[in-house]
Write a protein that binds this ligand. Structure first.
Ligand code: HEC
Length: 193
């Protein structure tokens, strides 16, 4: 209780010292996180719901056709519905679609997710990196947390038809050989405001 009190005191006095600018900064950061949370959730929900529907309707080949034909355009559609200054996409070190290749700085974040995960660390819901005064990159780790992911990202060598379809569409595919609980990549939200 004593400790809590002194923390409160410290934060009150810091707020007094720094005054309004600090408050504005905190509010902006809070807003940035909210935008990251909502944009990443919208993308994951849109892709997840559609994939589930295709899986139930026509099995793995139907779901694959959906991912191949529509995952990327649906991502762009989600983007067009987001407020100005926001962009959401998926990235991965072992990407299937070359459009989801991370940049050098994004790679470093993904590599740190991998390292932490290999050490048995529970990954955070998101990490936030400020790029400049008005630009932030919000990363939400994507984990292979459902068996269904392995149907197209695990060991698929026994499914000849699926292997061929993936090879045809993505000759440079890197997104195979995953196991449950592996880090698959991240949802990246770039926020300018
Ligand atoms: C029916 C096959 C299928 C299933 C099941 C599937 N994926 Fe994918 N996944 C794909 C395809 C195809 C792409 C490439 C989409 C594109 O062209 O944009 C992809 C792309 C991705 C990407 C973007 C990065 C990249 O490699 O291009 C992530 C992240 C991803 N999948 C995660 C998952 C997760 C997590 C699950 C389980 C919830 C899952 N996938 C289930 C087929 C599948």
């Amino acid at each position: 209780m004593k400790l809590l009190k002194s923390i409160t005191l410290i934060s009150v006095s810091t707020a007094l010292l720094l005054g309004a600018p600090q408050e504005n900064q905190d509010a902006k950061l809070q807003k940035t996180i909210e935008l990251g949370n909502s944009s990443s959730a919208l993308l994951l929900k849109t892709l997840g719901q559609n994939m589930k529907a295709h899986m139930e309707k026509g099995g793995v080949m139907d779901a694959l056709n959906f991912c191949t034909a529509e995952a990327y355009t649906l991502t762009q559609k989600v983007n067009s519905e987001l407020p100005q200054g926001l962009e959401v996409k998926r990235i991965s070190l072992k990407y299937r679609n070359p459009a989801n290749e991370p940049t050098e700085d994004e790679k470093k974040i993904l590599e740190s997710f991998d390292e932490l995960s290999k050490k048995g660390v529970q990954l955070p819901q998101y990490v936030l990196k400020d790029i400049d005064k008005n630009t932030y990159k919000y990363y939400k780790p994507i984990i292979i947390d459902k068996e269904v992911c392995l149907a197209c990202h695990g060991d698929i060598s026994k499914n000849v038809e699926l292997t061929k379809a993936i090879n045809d569409k993505y000759p440079q595919d890197k997104a195979l050989g995953y196991n449950m609980n592996d880090v698959r990549g991240a949802v990246l939200v770039t926020i300018k405001h």
